[in-house]
Design a protein around this ligand. Structure first.
Ligand code: NAD
Length: 403
């Protein structure tokens, strides 16, 4: 048996996959055994899932085979589902196997959070992974196809209800604004028959942007036929649709999608870790408090932004930067060097509003809209691919859709 230290990375999302790549670059094969555990044999672009859900890109476009970006000779790839982490025994239990570790990186991502709203998990779709997103686009197309074939079909069956106007909800309805006219043409349905209604509890959409950008986004979407209903809390989801607001209005739809929030992987709770709002509050060097050998990154942890006195919002950009620091800190642990603190280098935030529109703030506060924002978003998406798999991956999966 090898006596090399064993580093186990759980999850091949932005955080876990990048950590593995960086570790391979930093460490020799003699220095450590690297093991990457993931449920599937592919990584997916989580920030493109709204496009898969709308059907504007195919599931395959958003999927990257792990063995294409991680050399299996340099890291052991285990495709299995993590069930529980036993930190006292330094052991990870999976559905079909188990592994021990000397160092652990928990990067198990997120899942949809319905905050216990009655009927939501039973009756609404959620944009969670490739499969759940693919089901949404197939369901929508199915509704159009059925409507086209059945002359007694109910107009409400074409309606699409989206619950929550944060990043995911708004980017999803932006893609629907592109897709609905295409489906209408394909199935001979008048566009005016299809309602897309985005329901949001708070008084504004996209709280991370200022009023000028929010107003731009809202107008862009409404001009393309998206209805946005703010200040309307969803209290229940029934097989027919959402129950909304104080007067308990029922909004009916054939497709209902919940984009009202996310939470850290349930494995954290199952493993008995101390959590704050479903995630681990990590130390500045990204370790779990009190644990020398466990790092928690991506959507499983909160990293404190000292300047703003609140945690950084979770993004792919943040996860990938955390991965760089974790790889450096693991090397530091192996070579008995001091660990470094994580400092976020914010390159900006952009929300897409479909293929050729968007809003964003880049390079310390410059606001962008329209095609500039859409172009910058594609550049950011391609850059994220480059960081994971170099030029080869950009050429294979890069965003080169023309406007
Ligand atoms: P979110 O929590 O950011 O937004 C959810 C929205 O749903 C909120 O506006 C909330 O007010 C609303 N909501 C919650 N309960 C409701 C109710 N009962 N009725 C009506 N509305 C309700 O969730 P998200 O959009 O899924 O994003 C999750 C995280 O992922 C965020 O941190 C986000 O920034 C990040 N994200 C980033 C990107 C990107 O950088 N491109 C893309 C998607 C998501």
């Amino acid at each position: 048996m090898s006596n090399k230290p064993k580093i186990v990375i759980l999850g091949a999302g932005y955080a876990g996959l990048t950590t593995t790549r960086r570790l391979i670059q930093r460490l020799s094969l003699e220095q450590a055994e690297i093991v990457l555990v993931n449920k599937y044999n592919y990584h997916y672009e989580a920030i493109w899932l709204h496009e898969v859900a709308a059907g504007t890109i195919s599931p395959n476009d958003a999927r990257v085979m792990i063995s294409d970006v991680i050399n299996p000779k340099k890291a052991t790839l285990v495709y299995d589902t993590v069930v529980k982490i036993n930190k006292d025994e330094k052991r990870v239990v999976m559905k079909n196997s188990e592994t021990t570790y000397d160092y652990l990186v928990i990067a198990l991502g997120w899942e949809s959070n319905d905050f216990g709203i009655k009927g939501m998990s039973e009756h609404a779709f959620a944009i969670e992974d490739i499969n759940s997103s693919r089901l949404i686009s197939e369901h929508i197309e199915n509704q159009f196809s059925k409507f086209n074939k059945d002359e007694n079909a109910d107009d409400d069956s074409l309606n699409i209800l989206v619950g929550g106007a944060g990043f995911t909800g708004i980017e999803f309805v932006g893609e629907l604004a592109e897709k609905i006219p295409v489906l209408c043409k394909k199935y001979g349905i008048d566009r005016s028959k299809v309602r897309v209604i985005n329901v949001e509890a708070s008084p504004s959409i996209l709280p991370m942007f200022d009023k000028e950008l929010v107003d731009y986004a809202r107008k862009s979407l409404e001009d393309r036929g998206i209805e946005i209903k703010i200040g309307s809390s969803i209290s229940e989801c029934t097989p027919e649709g959402f129950i909304v607001g104080d007067d308990k209005e029922l909004i009916k739809a054939g497709t209902v999608v919940w984009t009202g929030g996310v939470k850290g992987s349930p494995i954290l709770e199952k493993s008995g870790f101390e959590l704050t709002k479903g995630k681990v509050n990590v130390d500045n060097d990204l370790r779990m408090p009190g644990e020398e050998n466990i790092f928690v990154i991506g959507d499983c942890s909160w990293v404190w932004n000292k300047e703003a006195d609140r945690p950084y919002p979770s993004t792919a950009q943040l996860a990938m930067q955390e991965a760089d620091v974790v790889a450096a800190n693991l090397e530091a642990l192996l070579t008995k060097q001091p660990l470094k603190d994580f400092v976020f280098d914010d390159k900006g935030t952009i929300a897409s509003l479909g293929l050729s529109d968007g809003i964003g703030v880049i390079f310390s506060g410059n606001k962008i809209t329209g095609k500039t924002a859409a172009t910058m978003k594609k550049i950011a998406d391609n850059r994220a691919l480059y960081l994971k798999g170099g030029v080869k991956l950009v050429l294979k999966k890069g965003k080169i859709r023309p406007f």
